[in-house]
Design a protein around this ligand. Structure first.
Ligand code: ASP
Ligand code: MG
Length: 409
């Protein structure tokens, strides 16, 4: 019998009515002859509400107690969903993460799953139960309750699918799949039928918030096919899978999607000595200040000096600038400049591996719009450019059009 793991997000469970609608949906799949394991999030807004309540008592609550509190959100939805299934005449059992023996390490608020003892779930399935498991939570070896980080129910779903060797892990959410780009910027953006794990990881780390990044990493490692689907509309969603599987169904597009990030800032230090250790002297203090650096660029030296540019999250701009000014004094650099009105735009696609000329096509499309490129970086399946924020919409639309992403290939 096919085995499906389905995960429902908070919006899909946001009210009593919606929980009942999820029960109907799960039953429809069960009636088609699937064994069903259902992973749920807390009702939408609930986790935030619990965090706020904790902070009213202690602005810095201990991770262990915060986890005890936050896991209650999912304990509510597993129970209610199981009841909704019972009411409809179906056998169902709810489990918290601890009861499902989802064993994690002891890092509270960001624990990682180490193992899942799935024998009990298998027995329940065998006797006809729909198994409902709380997402986002587990238990460490000392029996402390843990959580997996915000959005962690996705990871619970994928981990259970891996442990149970499910046929698919279906993630039900409020969008009907992964799109070529954000439809709010490009109304013609199209839902992708398939995407590889690598592409999804790039899209996710670039700001497409459909799935928790760790869940995609987990799925790639264990080759769990993930399908992103809407809870509210019928459809096939987007299948995220291995290169080979994706190839079979594709869509042989060169570019799969365009991601962008509005929260970037750029800093430059000009005229530093072109000698060993300079990059370290510049970035050491930045990382000591816990500031994450994204793109890094150093010019070819001339006259014994060089320029060094990097980008950080916009929230870290002031702190990074202060650090860089300190360093500039020490290194007797000529000047420090910065710009926190920039954005990063990236084209992503495994098709790039086998095709030359994609970068130049991208630069041509931007040039045609008169858009100046401030920085460029590339990886095997991604090309990113930094441009002035006023060009964001124009650039994304030009690339979407130019790479013909709106038409079904
Ligand atoms: N309820 C948790 C959160 O809001 C986990 C999840 O929804 O995936 O982060
Ligand atoms: Mg969520």
């Amino acid at each position: 019998m096919p085995l499906l793991v389905q995960k429902y997000g908070g919006t899909s469970l946001g009210s009593k009515e919606r929980i009942e609608a999820v029960a109907e949906k799960v039953i429809a799949y069960k009636d088609q002859g699937n064994d069903m394991v259902v992973v749920v999030s807390a009702m939408s807004g609930e986790t935030n509400r619990l965090v706020a309540m904790a902070q009213e008592i202690d602005p810095n609550p201990k991770g262990r107690e915060l986890d005890v509190l936050l896991t209650t959100g999912e304990q509510v939805t597993i129970a209610l969903l199981a009841m909704a299934l019972h009411k409809r005449g179906y056998a169902a059992k709810s489990y918290t993460g601890a009861q499902a023996r989802i064993i994690t390490d002891s890092r509270h608020n960001k624990a990682r799953i180490k193992s899942i003892d799935h024998e009990k779930i298998r027995r329940d399935l065998k006797s006809g139960n729909i198994v409902v498991v709380a997402g986002f939570q587990g238990i460490d070896e000392e029996n402390n309750i843990t959580t997996l980080g915000r959005g962690g129910s996705d990871t619970t779903g994928v981990a259970l699918a891996a442990a149970l060797k499910a046929d698919e892990c279906q993630i039900f959410t409020d969008v009907d799949g992964v799109y070529t780009t954000d439809p709010r910027v490009v109304p013609e953006a199209r839902r992708l039928k398939t995407l590889t794990y690598e592409e999804m990881l790039e899209m996710a780390s670039l700001g497409s918030k459909v799935l928790q990044i760790r869940a995609v990493e987990f799925a790639r490692k264990y080759e769990v096919p993930i399908r992103v689907l809407s809870s509210f509309e019928e459809g096939e969603g987007t299948l995220i899978t291995t290169d080979d599987e994706a190839d079979e169904t594709m869509e042989q597009a060169l570019i799969s999607g365009i991601a962008f990030n509005r929260d970037e800032a750029q800093l430059t230090i000009n005229g530093v000595a072109d000698t060993p250790g300079v990059a370290y002297q510049i970035l050491g203090p930045v990382s000591d200040a816990n500031i994450e650096v994204d793109m890094i660029l150093q010019n070819i030296g001339a006259d014994g000096t060089t320029d060094f540019t990097f980008t950080v999250h916009r929230n870290d701009y002031e702190a990074a600038l202060a650090s860089l000014k300190q360093t500039a004094k020490k290194l007797k650099a000529r000047e420090v400049t910065g710009n926190n009105r920039i954005v990063k735009i990236s084209i992503v696609g495994v098709g790039m591996r086998s095709h030359a000329g994609i970068a130049s096509r991208m630069f041509e499309l931007l040039a045609n719009e008169g858009i100046n490129i401030l920085m460029i970086s590339t990886s095997e399946i991604k090309i990113s450019v930094v441009v002035d924020e006023k060009y964001l919409e124009l650039a994304v639309r030009a690339l979407h059009e130019g790479f013909d992403l709106k038409s079904e290939s």
